[in-house]
Design a binder for this molecule. Structure first.
Ligand code: GDP
Length: 452
């Protein structure tokens, strides 16, 4: 069962309980818990965890009910929703979900471990970009001499992301390469050095021995295990084995965009008492989100997660562009160029379904419209805006109303229809009106006005 299905089933169970007025309270709670338990077990969450969670929810709900005999229906609903939400958070919360805070005036080393194919090399680069964007000088070291092509892969990723890197085509000893890389970047006063190590297809003695040897040499300030979210029950045992050899202090969960059961990963967290710090949501460098138990559960239940949305928006948006748009809005203006920049930022944020999940109420809506369809629509809008002249883009759009022949020209140039151009102008006009309303308040026009 994929994670989205798990969320839907838990939601249905809670909603079912909330709308059920026939049965008495205890029966209603029992029916709801049975559905939640089945859904979690089918998603590979460890049975011990599930039964513990079931007992916690049940006792909390029963206690609250007996503590006050005069609770209203609305209060009961709120209580059920909150209790289920809190317990789901507890399942994935190890109290410290913050990324490692590098120490000032010293070189910090972060070492990655994980099986081959888990997404280690990709995640190393994503983390390097995360710290680099926050002003740290970051270097990448490829200590994977086992897999042919590993260095080339890291090199390509690093070049694309503009991160300095180190590796060797000739040295076969990963410990030596790691030591050399660390020495080089330390000498150059790098703040953070991220060391990518080799993986194997299976857990093997050799691999664990190598991890210990590299770790003894690089002396990491933090070791991160990369875990593929789609591996199901195997996650628990795999993470325990890595914990014994390399004692990692954090987990990055990858491929959360795919058909991940996710439950195995939840069990891995519990089995090793280690927090998830980031999740990988795609192959692109920006498909990387800080993990927060509340955000994770909110998304799981389709409640939406504005906090993550804003953080992602800030990460991908161009600071200069945002500043210029904000200045315009403060003057009550919102030009076609502002509109175009906002569209481009949204498109950079990754699959639209990911973004929709963060907007309250949008997750369910998006599942009814195909990703392809929405993305095509947005691309067309950018083509239309691309066909406009500088003068038109910097205008408030009224220029098109004064001279409708401009619409015909833009439609022709972008391979769209006049109707489509008109629709975009209407959107921009709507936002411009909102900007006028927000004048002085410093607000950003809502993205809810985007066509779906
Ligand atoms: P490594 O062998 O552990 O270093 O794994 P790689 O970094 O080479 O990743 C293996 C494959 O998984 C590559 O094709 C990556 O592009 C892909 N990958 C990594 N992270 C993610 C993710 O979060 N989502 C998706 N869809 N693919 C990912």
């Amino acid at each position: 069962m994929v994670l989205a299905d798990l969320g839907k089933r838990i939601n249905n169970a809670v909603n079912g309980a909330l709308s059920n007025s026939k049965d008495d309270y205890t029966t209603t709670v029992d029916i709801m818990l049975k559905t939640i338990v089945t859904a979690l077990l089918e998603s590979d969450v460890n049975i011990k965890l599930v039964s513990q969670m079931r007992n916690n929810i049940k006792s909390k709900l029963m206690e609250s009910k007996t503590a006050s005999s005069s609770v209203t229906n609305a209060q009961t609903k709120k209580l059920i929703q909150e209790t289920v939400f809190d317990e789901l958070c507890n399942l994935v919360d190890y109290k410290s979900d913050q990324p490692f805070q590098p120490k000032k005036r010293q070189t910090n080393v972060i070492m990655f471990v994980g099986l081959q194919g888990s997404g280690k090399t990709t995640s190393c680069t994503k983390l390097a970009v995360y710290y680099s964007k926050r002003g740290f000088k970051v270097g990448l070291v490829c200590a994977d001499t086992f897999r042919a092509g590993a260095f080339d892969q890291l090199k390509q990723n690093a070049i694309k992301a503009h991160i300095p890197f180190f590796g060797s085509y000739t040295e076969a000893d990963p410990v030596k390469v790691a030591a050399e890389g660390i020495a080089k970047f330390k000498k150059e006063k790098f703040d953070i050095i991220i060391v990518d190590t080799s993986g194997r297809h299976r857990q093997e003695e050799e691999l664990f021995k190598e991890m210990v040897e590299i770790s003894n040499v690089v002396k990491p300030n933090q070791t991160i295990m990369v875990l593929d979210a789609s591996i199901g029950q195997a996650a628990e045992q795999q993470s325990k084995a890595f914990k014994d050899s390399s004692d990692f202090g954090a987990i990055i969960l990858t491929k959360m965009d795919g058909h991940a059961k996710g439950g195995g990963a939840i069990s891995a967290v519990a089995a090793t008492n280690t927090p998830i710090i980031f999740i990988g949501t795609g192959e692109h460098i920006h498909d990387f989100e800080k993990f927060s138990p509340k955000s994770f559960v909110s998304k799981l239940l389709g409640i939406g997660d504005i906090e993550s949305l804003l953080e992602q928006f800030q990460t991908v948006s161009n600071k200069e562009d945002t500043k210029a748009t904000m200045e315009n809005i403060q003057q009550g203006k919102f030009t076609l160029l502002d509109f175009k920049k906002q569209m481009q930022t949204i498109m950079k944020m990754g699959p639209l379904s990911n973004i929709a999940q963060m907007i309250p109420g949008m997750g369910n809506l998006m599942s009814q419209v195909s990703e392809e369809e929405t993305s095509q629509k947005m691309k067309k809008m950018v083509y239309v805006l691309d066909s406009m002249t500088k003068q038109e883009l910097e205008s408030d759009g009224r220029i098109f109303i004064d001279e409708p022949s401009r619409m015909v020209r833009v439609a022709k140039g972008s391979g769209t229809s006049v109707f489509e151009v008109e629709m975009i102008l209407m959107q921009q006009q709507m936002m411009a009106r909102m900007a006028k309303g927000a004048q002085g308040a410093g607000g950003m026009p809502g993205m809810g006005a985007m066509p779906g």
